[in-house]
Every structure is written in C-alpha cells, then in structure tokens.
Design a binder for this molecule. Sequence first.
Ligand code: SAH
Length: 380
Amino acid sequence: MCGRQGEVGRAGIPKQETNAKQKADVKSNKGFGKNRKMSDIIEKLKTTQNAEDDEILRLLNTDEFDEELRIAADETKKSVYGDKVFIRGLIEFTNYCKNNCYYCGIRGGNTNADRYRLSKEEILECCAEGYKLGYRTFVLQGGEDLTYSDDDICDIVQSIKSLYPDAAVTLSIGEKEKESYRRYKEAGADRYLLRHETASEEHYQKLHPSELSLEKRKECLWNLKELGYQVGAGFMVGSPYQEPEHILADLRFLQELRPDMIGIGPFIPHKDTPFADFPAGDYKLTLRILSVIRLMFPYVLLPATTALGTISPNGREEGLRHGANVVMPNLSPVRFREKYSLYDNKICTGEEAAECKACLEMRVKKAGYRIVTDRGDVRR
Ligand code: SAH
C-alpha cells in the first residue's frame, strides 16, 4: 500500500482559534460584517470566477472558511466534470538535468543523485503496461536532459501515437526553443506541462540560479499555447520566501494565460539542495488554493499531486474533495522510481504499475468519485 496511511503529515498545520458561534453563523449564512462578507467573496468567486486582490488575500489568509470554500469548489467541479476523475500514466524517463533549480532534488549540481535514463524501448514498455491498465494519457516527464535530441523526442512521441492512437501524449521536459516545441507537436504531442513556478520576478530569482528567468519561462508557455498544445502551468505552495502576494500574482498570471491544466503541490525539501532546511509547504493552504483555483478556473484539469500525498497520508483524496479532478499514478519501472527524487520521502516508489492504479482507484472511490478510462481532455 502506498501513501503511508495512518502516519501524521510532515507539514505543521498552524492551529487557529475558531469561534463556534461565528462558524455556525457562517454555515447558516446568517453572519454579519466580516464573516458575511467572506461568504459573499466565495459566492462571488463561484459566480464570476473573480474577486479583488484584497478579497483573495483575505481568503488565502484564514482557514475559517475552508469547508464553505471546499463545498463551493466541489459543486463547481461537479457541474463541469461530474464525478469523473482522470488518470495520467506518469513516466519519469530521465533524472539527468542541466539546470540547478534550488528546490529540486535532481538538479544538475546534486552529485549524490544516482542518474538514469530510459531507452525508447523501455518507455514503450511502460506505455504498453499502462495501456493494458486503462491509461489513455501518457506523461513523459524528466529533467532537462540534452542527451535526448529533438529527433529522439519526436521518434518516441511518434511511436507512442502510432501504437496507441486513442491516447494523448503529454510532455514535461522543460524549456525548449519554439522550433523544438513545434516539432514535438507535429510528431503528435498533445499537451505540455511547464509550471511557471512563481509569477514574481523577484521570487523567481530566489528559487533559481541567474541563468534561468521568469521571462523565458513565460515565453515558453506562450509559445506552447500558440502552437496549439493543451498547456499546464502551476507553482509550489510554500516554496522558500513565498508570500501571500506571490500566490496572488500566480493566480493573476494564470488568469492571463488561461491554461488547460494547473499543477500545484506543496514544496517539500530535499536533503541535497540549498533548500534542505526550509519547512514543507502548508497542507491546509494547499487544499485551500486548490479550491480557489477550481472556482476561478471551473474547466481546468487539476491534479491531486504526489507531493500532496507525501505531506499527508490522505492528501490526494482530500485534494479531490477540494476541487482536483486528476491523479497521476506512476508508470515508471520500479527499479528507477527512488532515483526520480525531486523531494524527500516521495510516496509510491515501491509498487508496480497495477498496484499503484488499484491503490489510487480505491482512494478515488473513498473520496466519492470514479476513475474513467478516457483521454480526459479539457472541457472549456
Ligand atoms: N524539468 C521539467 C520537470 C520538472 S519536475 C520542467 O522544468 O518542467 C516537475 C515539477 O516538480 C517542477 O515544475 C516543480 O514545481 C516540482 N518540484 C521540484 N522540486 C520540488 C520540491 N522540492 N517540492 C515540491 N515540488 C517540487
């Protein structure tokens, strides 16, 4: 069983004093003043998909309205996608990386990382296994590994698409030239995941070495959109130096980009990175942000991430209850799983693909939803 059921989550959840009467008033919608206003903000987010900066900040800064927010997010999700949860087979095909992002365990500068890369044949074996299990999306994710040329990536994508024409291929291989993105698209790639990581220039510089820039990252995302990919952006919750204003900027950038997918999960420290001693992102805040995102982007494909399942034993189920509608079980060969270590204590490194799927199926059901065998394209 993956996910360490029963253990206590790693992230400290700040206890906040709550007033029972206030809560009751909010639930019955009889509250006045500040509380009443907060219900109005949630309602406004739900009906208009937007709110003022100060309203969003107030919502992010309190856990008092989490249940109300969760219910609104769940209703919105169900109105677009019903009780469907989409599955993506994740193939982590290389942990070599030329970059040195300060938060990431597979950064090029980590000399303790035990590096591996999968051959085309090994990737196709993962897809064969996944297809049998009902996966109709394969996500190829890796570090920025220049050993795979554009020709190699196109060859891999083309092979998957010709073997499984009814499956979608998602790439998540970092920043490339527009011409490369164009070639992958022509080879058949359908979607691309590239989290923007943070939409604040000054915060971006604190998470990355100087050769990486937010400007370039954003340019890649706009290029991907222009080329007709279904695009995913996103960010970590609780990354070092993150302030509520940064999260607000992330939401505003997402409104501008209008991505089809949004990936968010808590930051979790990795022992061999400059951020080893920073605390993990807050669990409740991550759930709250999932709900806010669902209200602002009703159509979006929103995964309950492995990182969320890592900081809390039932994190993925709770993610689904708070607005998420995608899970991404691991299809990578088990012998390499531990090596794709973006952060410490990552879950699901020991199970074969079939076990992973069965475990998630059980979790999805427990949360009150059902997994579908479907490409799971965005519904605008
Ligand atoms: N090279 C690809 C894939 C990166 S790994 C790219 O550049 O897009 C996928 C995501 O994992 C990253 O975008 C980042 O948001 C997340 N991640 C990396 N390190 C992490 C950490 N320590 N804690 C939580 N998430 C992390």
